[in-house]
Ligand binder design. Structure first.
Ligand code: ZN
Length: 168
């Protein structure tokens, strides 16, 4: 069974998640189910709160849609050393279906995290991977794309959401 993906405004999406402390079979199984759900969606990143689990864990695979799969399981991430250079991208979110938001984020970022074995890893991310990791790490703090908009952006999102609601 594929884990269902929760949509805004489910409350588990809106609160900070707890650190992962047990690196056991249950964690590995959760990661496997999250990757399955992400590929089925289809998406390139999925955070545990999006499947109703309030833990600091996300999965991402920025290459699979281009035929270069590189699945990552990221546990207890810490982002640091954001570049001064920023990039703007239209970001979709599996918890805000049918909807993208134009956001500016640092173009590169360092990520330290644990793998499923609990070992520490450190990578410098650039390109889409950097954007994706920042988006997914936000989920672990209860932050969605719409929360990062300024007032004008939020007003336009509210209008778009109202239009969607009016059609359904
Ligand atoms: Zn998202």
């Amino acid at each position: 069974m594929t884990r269902p993906i929760l949509c805004w405004p489910d409350p588990v999406l809106l609160r900070p998640a707890a650190p992962v402390e047990r690196f056991d079979d249950a964690l590995a199984e959760l990661a496997r189910e999250m990757l399955d759900a992400m590929y089925a969606a289809p998406g390139r990143g999925l955070a545990a709160p999006q499947v109703g689990v309030a833990l600091r864990l996300f999965v991402m695979d920025v290459g699979w849609k281009d035929g270069r799969p590189e699945p990552r399981v990221v546990v207890n991430p810490r982002l640091s050393e954001p570049s001064e250079e920023r990039v703007e991208r239209e970001e979709g979110c599996l918890s805000l279906p049918g909807f993208t938001v134009l956001l500016s984020r640092p173009a590169e970022v360092t990520i330290e995290y644990q793998g499923l074995d609990g070992a520490l890893r450190r990578e410098r991310l650039a390109g889409f991977a950097a954007t994706c990791a920042q988006h997914e790490a936000d989920h672990l703090d209860g932050i969605l794309t719409v929360h990062r908009l300024d007032a004008a952006g939020r007003a336009s999102v509210a209008r778009a959401l109202a239009a969607v609601k009016a059609r359904t």
